[in-house]
Ligand binder design. Structure first.
Ligand code: ATP
Length: 331
């Protein structure tokens, strides 16, 4: 069954901005699916439509077969949502925040206590439960928001930039918990991110989005196979230009730097490297150093769009960081 199905989705904001320009998407139940792209690509707009906050201009979006426009109530019953911006009361404790949301979600009063306790343990927040949220770290805030989204036991978790502004350790903890939830409940995770490593590591499928269009889609390893951009970097003895001539048959792009360093773009570096070393050796060159640099999803994105995913990330991160800092200061 498809957790999310989107067909020819278009969103034009009232000012005329075309945020989504004919999106198609199929997210398998039980999978983890990332929508990866730079700021302004349309990720949040797509998520707002899927979570029934705004209406599409044209096209169709369904969650477990329910239409997001005409069957919004059904959709909302099935999803847990973590927005990009802060969704907590910072002058209340973690426990109090959970209690309020449990009432908003209509969780039976006899069950509230046990569900909250269980989730505090699950997200490793028990010790902080009675502290004001404004004393929390960014990672704790995100874990609390995710705990709240998990409260109604959603079959589909939709997260907008789940780890934005967090340090690598806090990011890892958040993902470890999300994956545990997915496994325990057979849940689907759909998340927007501009961190390519996050999509690479934690998504079964990735949709690359640029200017309101999906430019490529697939498992991260397959996306990287789309392009010849793994690289072999060699340091050799002898004339690099002569060595380059010997290597032309193995790569479409060879660059020489510092006279001695040769960089080759290749598809399958682990297989090609020993062949290249032997060939060079047989012609009197000695390879002093060899390095394989694997392609990233950003390389795929650059190849397809001419721009990097990371280029414009600063604004958003510093924005979210300043929100987080304001929370910690109690502002
Ligand atoms: N309410 C709005 N009215 C007009 N234009 C909007 C509105 N919300 C977003 N946009 C525009 O639509 C485009 C897509 O924005 P969107 O927020 O969906 O991108 P995004 O990929 O989520 O980026 P970010 O990570 O910065 O949120 C951008 O050009 C943005 O300026």
């Amino acid at each position: 069954m498809l957790a999310i199905s989107v067909k020819n989705l278009v969103k034009i904001y009232s000012g005329g901005v075309i945020a989504l320009n004919g999106i198609n998407l199929a997210v398998e139940e039980g999978s983890s699916h990332a929508i990866l792209g730079p700021n302004g690509a349309g990720k949040t707009t797509l998520i707002r439509i899927l979570t029934t906050q705004i209406k599409p201009t044209r096209g169709e979006a369904k969650v477990f077969g329910f239409d997001v426009v005409n069957q919004g109530n059904k959709v909302r019953e099935l999803i847990g949502y973590v927005p990009q911006e802060m969704s907590l009361w910072s002058d209340l404790t973690g426990y109090e925040n959970m209690l309020i949301y449990s009432k908003i979600y209509g969780i039976d009063s006899s069950k509230r206590g046990s569900i909250i306790e269980e989730l505090l343990d699950f997200m490793d927040l028990r010790e902080a439960a009675n502290r004001l949220v404004k004393t929390y770290s960014g990672g704790m805030i995100r874990r609390l928001e995710i705990a709240i989204a998990m409260m109604p036991r959603p079959r589909l978790l939709i997260l907008d930039e789940p780890t934005i502004g967090l340090d690598p350790r806090a990011r890892r903890i958040v993902w470890e918990r999300l994956q545990a939830y997915k496994k325990e409940h057979g849940a689907t995770i759909f998340f927007a991110t501009h961190y390519m490593d996050e999509a690479d590591k934690y998504a079964d499928m990735v949709s690359l989005i640029d200017r309101g269009k999906i430019v490529a889609e697939g498992a991260p390893s397959n996306l990287k196979k789309l392009i010849e951009s793994d690289r072999i970097i060699l340091k050799i003895t002898g004339n690099a230009e002569d060595a380059k001539k010997l290597l032309l048959e193995y790569s479409s792009s060879i660059i020489i730097s510092n006279n001695r360093e040769i960089t080759l773009a290749v598809k399958d570096p682990a297989t090609i490297l020993p062949i290249i070393i032997e060939k060079l050796y047989s012609r009197g060159f000695v390879v002093l150093e060899a390095k394989i640099v694997e392609a990233t999803l950003d390389d795929v994105f650059i190849k397809l769009t001419g721009r990097s995913i990371g280029e414009e990330e600063k604004g958003t991160i510093s924005e979210v960081m300043s929100v987080r800092r304001a929370i910690i200061r109690g502002g």
